[in-house]
Design a protein around this ligand. Sequence first.
Ligand SMILES: Cc1ncc(COP(=O)(O)O)c(C=O)c1O
Length: 390
Amino acid sequence: MSDVNESPRPATKGITAGRGPNGRSLAVPIWASAVWEAESAAEAHTLARSARPDEFYARHGNPTVSAFTDAVAALEGAEGALAFASGMGGLASIVFGLCSTGDHVVATKSIYGATSAFLNGPAARMGITTTWVNGNEPGALAAAVIPGKTTLVIAESPSNPTLDLVDLEELGSITGPFTVIDSTFATPFTQRPIEFGVDLVLHSATKGIAGHNDVTLGVVAGEQELLDAIWAYGILHGATPSPFDAMLGLRGIRTLDVRHERQCSSALTLAQRLEAHSGVSAVHYPGLPSHPRHALAIEQMDRFGSVVSFELARRDGFADLIDRVKLVRCATSLGGPETLMCEPWTTTHSGLDEESRRAISIEPGLIRMSVGLEHPDDIWADISAALERS
Ligand SMILES: Cc1ncc(COP(=O)(O)O)c(C=O)c1O
């Protein structure tokens, strides 16, 4: 009993965390209010000057949103968390909340397309420069840090879409700049970067956390002091999460462990079957011994994730494959109940020029598959039949 109370396992925390001011309701109420009444002029003034008040004005805070962020903080082992209207709202708020003109960022090359577009676009226009490094190379992130100038080191692991891994211990031991990891592909049930000393963990909760393809939401977990600075920027930027989405994010957390366990186990099965198929020339999945950082995956991840990327022997085969599958759908998100496939070359990373895409191993014919909750044998029957005919 004391074990449960004092040190609950992640699966238990997913149920107990983020209960909020619920009265006797088991589900967190949706506080739709955009504004709260103060008891006096003095209280209104105090609330206006407070960091993250829950009951003042919804852009500054909201009790339903706080219930969601409390749950994420508990799962990540963080002091706190902040929610945003999307994962990109979180990323933009980290960068503009913590960097000033003239600052320098180090980021991994293998990263979500919109993250690189943000750093190369709006951030660069504001005089924040980025050095792109190969996160697979030991020591590369630390080596690119310019003392006194680098404010942030941003990595993504597993990365979108090639499932490269960054060594979390190495990232967490970088001193000077704040370290940030986009852990969307992992979810808090697969890796907890703060345990490795990483300062901030970002999730697009649109993905596995909310988990049903019906929410757009972002969350950043880490130290209060950093979160206060990000919050101070975020309320001006206005990427405010909706309380309805926060409720759905919290509801997603309640079942995330079992959903993710099933999705990761199916992903491993499908990765193994794809690797043995003659129509497939390469499979990228941290759970396969052929993954270049499989040993690292075992060290720092509890599971290997619900996304598998693979390359067709026929470079132009994606359109044919998508025409032939019946169960699998062509869509660009991940972490939901439906198995989805997309071609990063033409979708998630199409904003990068061809050379930049090729530099991070994104070629036509590379397919990113988000493994859903259907039975893995049914998913495989669908894909293998489509591969036979293409
Ligand atoms: C790894 C990763 N980070 C961030 C994002 C951005 O999240 P959102 O679409 O919620 O803004 C995505 C979206 O696909 C993603 O895959």
